[in-house]
Ligand binder design. Structure first.
Ligand code: FO1
Length: 327
């Protein structure tokens, strides 16, 4: 079994490759919920939805999130009410976002279903299993926890932003002083999470943002320990290629938090957890710096921008993580 620690877009692309390389029933994704937010009173789980929509072939390819063939009629109606009432569409209304967080009509169907099931007392992991089953996605998709866990950003000018305020309203264009997680002391792994880590032949840390996508998964009680206990079977895929993130603010956040935004910095970041780091060919000259962090280095194509790369990347991770001990 392959278990993948996953955030959003990068992890979803990796998982598409995984199900091309091996049977989907052998794959478990443990997904970040720190980005989750209540928007217009609805429970929105961006990384869970990106993973499921992508595996289902229903994601908007250009955006990397939300549904393809989407329409925006419901949210436009909300905006019309907000405008005529003079509601400040740029501010966060309570915990809702009147204007800057856009929910498509088909996507709303997911949030309406998830929210009504959660109000009926069904845990997020069970609701996610219902949604996954509906899409016929063979991969087991688990939220890291069923408990409340939220990422919030402390900016250098002292503001406290929810993750979506930072990522969407501010276009992640603010310098950060720290990333905090509310609920991480109490959050327990969702059912099946620790077994998926303990029982996997290989555990992959997907090429997601180490700070705000993988970090909130590892911060759930017992998960980091379970991963580091399997360190020889844990393979991380660098989200940094040529000193930059392929998408999003990972390189800037790492720098602002004092971590070199390079494959050497990633090796240092993941050294306690992963025995191997997979880096892209453009960083081959840095392989020795990765190894000097005590992390085995595998060099291959990691930019999943053309067919076959993601599946080959999965095979490289499986090979790198296979138990090399004789017998
Ligand atoms: N990202 C944006 O930049 N603008 C949006 O209006 C937006 C809406 C949205 C709705 C549902 C959803 O699942 C994701 C959405 N995202 C939006 C992306 C979201 O901020 C990111 O997917 C993650 O939180 C970061 O990985």
């Amino acid at each position: 079994m392959l278990t993948v620690l996953a955030g959003g877009v990068g992890a979803a692309r990796f998982l598409l490759g995984a199900v091309e390389a091996i049977d989907a029933a052998q794959v478990t994704a443990i997904v970040n919920v720190g980005d989750d937010a209540v928007i217009h009173g609805l429970d929105v789980s961006p990384d869970l939805d990106t993973v499921v929509y992508t595996l289902a072939g229903a994601v908007d390819e250009r955006r990397g999130w939300g549904r393809s063939d989407e329409s925006w009629r419901a949210i436009e109606q909300v905006r019309r009410y907000a405008e005529s009432a003079g509601v400040d569409a740029s501010a966060a209304v309570g915990n809702d976002a009147a204007g800057w967080f856009t929910l498509g009509d088909l996507d709303l169907g997911t949030h309406l279903y998830r929210s009504s099931r959660r109000r009926a007392g069904i845990p997020l992991s069970a609701v996610t299993a219902e949604i996954v089953r509906t899409w016929g996605v063979g991969v087991r998709v688990l939220p890291a926890t069923d408990d409340p866990l939220r990422t919030w950003i402390e900016t250098v000018d002292g503001r406290r932003l929810s993750f979506q305020e930072y990522f969407v309203r501010e276009h992640h264009d603010v310098e950060i002083r720290a990333v905090h997680l509310s609920g991480s002391d109490e959050a327990r792994p969702a059912p099946g999470v620790l077994d998926a880590i303990a029982d996997a032949e290989v555990v992959v840390i997907a090429p997601s943002n180490p700070v705000v996508s993988i970090g909130p998964v590892l911060a759930v009680g017992g998960i980091a320990q379970a991963v580091s206990a399997r360190r020889e079977r844990v393979v991380a895929v660098s989200p940094i290629v040529g000193g930059a993130a392929l998408k999003g603010p990972a390189d800037r956040m790492l720098r602002e938090l004092g971590c070199e935004p390079s494959v050497a910095g990633i090796a240092k970041w993941y050294a306690p957890l992963a025995g191997t780091l997979v880096i892209d060919a453009v960083d081959a000259h840095l392989a020795s710096r990765v190894e000097s962090e005590g992390v085995r280095c595998v060099v291959t194509d990691t930019v999943m921008d053309r067919p076959g790369v993601a599946a080959a990347l999965t095979r490289a991770c499986l090979e790198a993580g296979e138990d090399r001990s004789p017998g």
